[in-house]
Design a protein around this ligand. Structure first.
Ligand code: PLP
Length: 470
């Protein structure tokens, strides 16, 4: 039986003469068509060997090849629709850029620029000059440097200021961020010796004091971005650490994680420290991410006292960690919004998603619901909670509205999988056995895209027999 079916498997060359495949060859490079054929042949061969087929499905094979070609001709990195309600979603690309930042990227990517050219002097310039003065103007710091991401920023600071010496850190702050960024490991990479002080829940000023030696390079404060220690806790204020650092003659360094420049307390979030507050407390060197709460491109920003930043600029690692022109363009445009808090809160998508009011979310959900009902798709609005994400404000929830989709014939898990796998992929959440799309992270134009995808699904009450996306 198997032998009989195996003999029916066509040869690659024969398939290349098939009319449907010839049509594919007119639209797509030959190499991907051949690859899709080979993969399809192998799949069907395996299915026959496992006894899963009773007869050779010629038509299914052609469809498999067509799908294979289409998948291969699409970019692998593609847009997805974020219905999770997690604003800075690390797996979905963290922050979206503002319109002005996007325009800056497009212009810089397609044209020559003064990236490293001083137009006044007509000679070589520095790529960092474009954002340095803007950062100093916004934050009131002496100097600034930008590298590839915040992990790189921390590594550069430790390598420059701490190599062969000790950095004192509280045991309550030995953070691990997703993707294996762990403070003790980064220290080791930077050639810096970790001197842990205090306990997990309580660290006192005297713990830091007792750890100081002539080999101390810095006192390091790390923001516990993605967790909170609650209950019987104690940590030492930046002011007290600063006084101690001055007495010891070492810099006070802070890894803030998120780059918060505007207070978010008016938006029902707890009082997170801003970069300006840390600078005002006298912190000598601060590092933070560009694509978390700052809402810009992926970068690591280092701000603080000039002599320290100068020495980092000269460190060989700096060249290896430098940012490209598109990132720089996006960062400059993002930072310019911060000259006016209102501009930042409306133009920067991450901040806008945090600042949007509950009534606004309600009307947004109503508009989505109306489109769904027009298309006869069963859906209802329910109250839900969103999260800031990105390891920022981990225990806080923002009230929001979600659209619960209950399609007959689809379990929540099946719906989740179907919407995730099609084009454009829609990523939702299952809450209490209901499939849910949180409108906070959906863009208005995405409502119609989701409706189109749902309309293509076959379910009782809709006269469509198969999902052409699958
Ligand atoms: C997120 C974070 C990092 C890593 O920043 P990336 O921009 O992801 O490299 C480092 N430290 C803290 C405290 C963080 O929150």
């Amino acid at each position: 039986m198997n032998q009989h079916l195996l003999r029916q498997i066509p040869k690659v060359d024969d398939l290349l003469q098939n009319n449907a495949v010839l049509a594919l060859l007119e639209q797509h490079p030959r190499c991907i068509v051949v690859e899709a054929i080979r993969e399809a042949l192998e799949q069907f061969r395996q299915a026959i060997l496992q006894g899963a087929l009773q007869e050779f499905p010629q038509q299914a094979m052609i469809e498999h090849i067509q799908t294979g070609v289409i998948t291969r001709s699409q970019r692998h990195l593609k847009r997805v629709i974020n219905g999770t309600g997690i604003i800075v979603h690390t797996n979905l690309g963290r922050s979206n850029l503002s319109q002005k930042a996007i325009e800056a990227v497009v212009e810089t990517a397609g044209h020559y620029s003064n990236l490293e050219y001083d137009l006044q002097e007509g000679q070589r310039g520095s790529r960092y000059s474009h954002v340095k003065s803007l950062l100093c103007e916004l934050l009131g710091c002496e100097d600034a440097l930008v590298v590839n991401n915040n992990a790189a920023a921390v590594l550069l600071v430790l390598s420059t200021l701490g190599k062969g010496k000790e950095a004192i850190v509280s045991r309550g702050e030995l953070v691990e961020i997703g993707g294996s960024f762990r403070i003790p490991d980064v220290m080791q990479q930077g050639g810096c010796v970790l001197k842990e002080v205090g306990t997990t829940n309580r660290t006192h000023l005297r713990d830091y004091e007792h750890a100081l030696t002539e080999n101390t390079a810095m006192i390091l404060k790390v923001h516990t971005s993605n967790y909170r220690i609650v209950g019987f806790t104690k940590s030492v204020s930046l002011q007290d650490l600063k006084t101690l650092a001055v007495k010891a003659g070492v810099p006070l360094v802070e890894d803030m994680g998120s780059g918060l420049l505007i207070k978010l307390t008016p938006y029902s979030l707890s009082d997170e420290p801003t970069v300006q507050e840390s600078l005002a407390a006298g912190v000598d060197v601060i590092t933070f991410s560009g694509d978390k709460l700052l809402g810009g491109p992926q970068v690591g920003i280092i701000v603080g006292k000039k002599p320290y930043i100068e020495s980092m600029k000269k460190h060989p690692l700096n060249r290896a960690l430098r940012i490209d022109k598109m990132t720089l363009a996006a960062l400059e445009a993002t930072l310019m919004h911060y000259r006016d808090d209102n501009d930042a809160l409306t133009a920067i998508p991450t901040l806008r998603a945090i600042a949007v009011s509950l009534p606004e979310l309600y009307s947004k959900a109503e508009r989505f619901l109306a489109l769904l009902h027009d298309a006869a798709i069963p859906a209802e609005m329910i109250a839900t909670t969103s999260q800031v994400g990105g390891g920022a404000l981990p225990v806080q929830e923002l009230s929001s509205y979600g659209i619960a989709l209950t399609l007959p014939g689809y379990s929540p898990n099946q719906l989740e999988e179907t919407l995730r796998k099609g084009t454009p992929p829609v990523i939702g959440r299952i809450v209490k056995d209901v499939y849910l799309l949180d409108v906070r992270t959906l863009e208005e134009e995405e409502f119609a895209m989701i409706v189109t995808r749902l309309k293509r699904l076959g379910f009782p009450g809709r006269d469509i027999s198969r999902d052409s996306d699958l």
